[in-house]
Ligand binder design. Sequence first.
Ligand code: ZN
Ligand code: ZN
Length: 387
Amino acid sequence: MYAAPGVKTSPDFPIPETMKAWVLGNAGELKPAKKPVPVPKRAEVLVRIDAVAICATDLEIIDHGVPAMIQGGLPFNKNFTPGHEYMGTVVALGPGVDEYRIGQRVTVEIHAGCGQCKRCREGMYTSCHNYGLNYGDVDKGHRANGFTTDGGFCEYQVNNINTLVAIPDAMSDEEATLVVTAGTAMYGLTELGGLVAGESVVVTGPGPIGLLGVAVAKALGAQPVILTGTRDNRLKIGRELGADHVVNVRNEDAVEAVRRLNGGKGVDYVLECSGAPNAVNEAIRMVNRGGKVCLAAFPHQETPVDVAHIVRNNIYLYGIRGEGKSATHRAEAFMSQKRFDATKIHTHTFALDDLPTAIRYAKDRVDDAIKVVVKAPGVTAHRVAAE
Ligand SMILES: [Zn+2]
Ligand SMILES: [Zn+2]
């Protein structure tokens, strides 16, 4: 039986001692494994994972290791379980936890900072100064599940209560996995300007964060919202999520198109989600003088940037990492009020046992896959049984 001192459980949610988990072997290799079900400590709960979405960053980690960091180095052959965009049901409470109850449905954000460094104290826990320093005999209390600690490609995971977001019954498991993606877009817009009512926004790159960036910007009252990209099917989804204009950069110059659509002066904010080689130089020409550019994508190579143009035009550049400043809670608020339909980017669902197929769909964009979700077997049965 699963039991640990000070940990509360319930007979309604029996917990096994071991669970199925996928672990990273060599680069590109995910292997099925059995692991002990982890035990929550102070300020932590155990989440039964009901659904987990695959993110481009997971594909990056599985093939190249970074940005995951385990025991101070690459995550290969360390019994590490990736996966970070998951949701589920609270099934055990660590000592002293009364903020959540057993049986409550939650979605998670990724980063629990250490809570004691300068950035954590400022709410910038995704930039925790103790990132990844929780191995060996050091325990800084930092977790980033799926990056520096075990993640969601398994049946159960431990989460700090600060990484939990309660979700309403009406929100499906699949939609709930998208809250952190919308939260990342929300954090980018928070850093740019907070409320953007009546201001103009360009989102470059219609990946999941870009598409939900369009939705969040529109929900915040931005006008107009312009989306640029190369694939018409994704631009169409962008329109459905609130883009006033879409620009296929294969057909026209992105900078000229943005300026034409916005009276020649450029827009107030650019949310750069493409990671394209010339994206920064284009973004600083799409934005107006004194405007702000948020960089949310990881480009693969170093690229020269026209710094003089940035200085002459008093342009502000912000890099963001993940979903800081509780932006995930604000994104969830929009989603539970049905201000936009994030499920438009969910395209496929597989069982947890079929994770390698799910990953292939996400990676090769099989059948126009955008967000591929993996679900635990018997989740629905569990929930019905508990009610
Ligand atoms: Zn992600
Ligand atoms: Zn910290």
